[in-house]
Design a protein around this ligand. Sequence first.
Ligand SMILES: O=C(O)c1cc(=O)[nH]c(=O)n1[C@@H]1O[C@H](COP(=O)(O)O)[C@@H](O)[C@H]1O
Length: 274
Amino acid sequence: MKIDQLIAQIREKKTFLCVGLDTDLDKIPEHLLKEEDPIFAFNKAIIDATHQFCVAYKPNIAFYEAYGLKGWKALERTMEYLNTEYPEVFTIADAKRGDIGNTSTRYAKAFFETLNFDSITIAPYMGKDSVEPFLAFKDKHTILLALTSNQGAFDFQTKQVNGQELYKEVLATSKSYKNAENLMYVVGATKASYLSEVRQIVPESFLLVPGVGAQGGNLQEVCKYGITKDIGLLVNSSRGILYASQGLDFAKMAGDKAKSIQKEMEIELNKLDV
Ligand SMILES: O=C(O)c1cc(=O)[nH]c(=O)n1[C@@H]1O[C@H](COP(=O)(O)O)[C@@H](O)[C@H]1O
């Protein structure tokens, strides 16, 4: 998907919500467990109930790999369903990959071609030749971890390197990579106050911002420091939406939760005069 299509969708639906499909068999409603493919049954119901309030879905691959072949099949079915029923939505493989070039190319094929995701999350630690194989795919997007939402982000990401914090070095250096226009970055919602400094280095790039909801990040703070004239934000919530109810009404409750976030986002978008 081209960035312009993502921006148009945000303006039309008045939302920049990404629903994280972190589907956990220990947390989904019990009645779904008798389905032949409970993970897909849950995802399908969640997607049908939330699609009008969001512009992106982000299956976290760990939740599928954890169940082996069964989990991978459910991921494939989820992607087929999204690409067939809701082709306008942006899809993110939250896989946090990155390896020597030869291997990165295989990861890129797996997620961009075989599963047909629009984007993938990548760890920048192995540097340029581990990231560029992902950037080579046209109209596909590589979302580099910059400043993550967890406490461990302070172990390395904020340490000084070349006179600036490592996450800033990641942002600045990656701009010189081949096909850098296909880059986006992860900045955690729990680190919202850092976003103004992030914007000094990458003023226009799209940022994937996880950590609202269960991790306590604040949407208004994220917008205050991170929003651009073309929005430039995809704000993710996973557990806060998926597990709003564990009863028969789980999909409706997830839809209501997504709708209430969409309403808050609409207020922020109106401030932009889009
Ligand atoms: O890359 C990510 O999406 C990610 C980066 C980060 O810094 N923090 C973070 O929580 N995530 C992911 O975002 C999702 C957050 O889930 P909830 O806390 O349940 O909303 C999980 O899939 C995490 O793996």
